[in-house]
Design a protein around this ligand. Structure first.
Ligand code: 5GP
Ligand code: MN
Length: 342
């Protein structure tokens, strides 16, 4: 964000404001971590600040500081709408377009005339925000919130709770500091967060070592459903609604499954197709190694988007039709995939 914009925002924040902070629909560790961290900072500064999330999120994030004060648009709809209507400032975090909040909430945001602040690391940010801090090179929105506090000269105000929230999002969005987006700056930010009290080892445990038996057994099903197309350096997994039901699927249970396909030697493109009978869609996650651009792939074929190596989308076809169509589409990428490097 340019210096003048930072100064303008700083001036705005020098008086108590009513603020709302919004993550994307189906919020992940980065979305929840960044919004909760910013909320705590704004409250400390004397503002009214509430996180309004479009919908519910996985249990493995529900221990995070401030999580009980969150308002869910799906469950507390009137309250959520009122908070949005009364807000002087709305921060939107970890997404680039109102559509990422889901249809009902998008409609509300579209007609809300207020000052928006966007902090996000996805490609092609929309232009609804008066203040846009967008940088696709940064690992996570949580890292950006830390840099945002640097811009405001306020990193000394980072508490243990704020540090914990930011740590979670950087950890989850970098695959525990292994993706290419992890830079020396990311590690320096992490070092600062640990200095501020983030209990790193415990955070990893709380997020990653609280699996249910059902989830691990669902992983078994997913792995045995995996189809490998060695000549296309592609592997994909399907999970049907019935398989989800048998294992009492809960939000977040399939998080990370797609990475198992990508961990196979020689595979550069991985996908997972998860049937969702209620929404009448197949939810798709895509991952890649090297230059194969899954963001572009998701945009072109599955109404989605994301980043070069991690993206998502959806299909309105049945699960079977979706994978058949996927395999057909893959043939158009034969050359690119065959020559793709790990
Ligand atoms: P995941 O596969 O973990 O759900 O998402 C990977 C990345 O793709 C994230 O950055 C996420 O925001 C983005 N993404 C996932 N699903 C969609 C979608 O339906 N539309 C768009 N535009 N981005 C998505
Ligand atoms: Mn993110």
């Amino acid at each position: 964000m340019e210096n003048e914009k930072v100064a303008e925002l700083k001036a705005l924040l020098s008086q108590p404001k009513k603020t709302v902070i919004i993550p994307h629909r189906n919020p992940d560790g980065d979305a929840i971590g960044s919004t909760l961290a910013l909320q705590q900072y704004l409250k400390q500064e004397g503002h009214d600040a509430t996180v309004v999330a479009p919908n519910d999120f996985p249990d493995f994030l529900k221990w995070m500081p401030g999580v009980n004060e969150m308002v869910l648009f799906t469950e507390d709809n009137e309250k959520a709408k009122q908070l949005i209507a009364n807000a002087d400032l709305i921060f939107t975090l970890d997404f680039n377009h109102f559509s990422r909040t889901g249809n009902d909430m998008q409609e509300v945001l579209d007609k809300t005339d207020t000052t928006y602040v966007m902090i996000d690391h996805h490609q092609a940010p929309a232009d609804y925000a008066k203040f846009t801090y967008s940088d696709t090179s940064i690992s996570s929105t949580c890292q950006m919130v830390y840099h945002f506090l640097e811009m405001l000269d306020d990193t000394h105000k980072v508490t243990k709770e704020i540090a914990t929230c930011l740590y979670v999002g950087i950890m989850t969005d970098t695959g525990s500091f292994r993706f290419a987006s992890t830079t020396s700056t990311t590690h320096r930010v992490i070092a600062n967060l640990i200095d501020k009290g983030a209990d790193n080892s415990r955070i990893h445990q709380k997020v990653y070592d609280t699996n249910s038996t059902n989830r691990i057994q669902l992983l078994g099903v997913a792995l045995s459903n995996m189809k490998v197309l060695p000549e296309l350096k592609t592997a994909y997994i399907t999970i049907s609604q019935e398989e989800l039901d048998t294992h009492q699927f809960k939000k977040g249970d399939t998080e990370g499954f797609v990475n198992y396909s990508l961990s196979i030697k020689g595979i550069i493109f991985a996908a997972i197709f998860i049937e969702n009978k209620q929404d009448r869609i197949v939810k798709i996650s895509l991952r890649s190694k090297g230059d194969f651009d899954v963001n572009q792939f998701a945009r072109e074929h599955f109404e989605g988007g994301g980043h070069i190596n991690a993206a998502g989308g959806k299909s309105d076809l049945s699960l079977n039709e979706t994978t058949t169509s996927f395999e057909r589409i893959l043939n158009n990428y034969k050359n690119e995939l065959e020559h793709g490097e790990e």
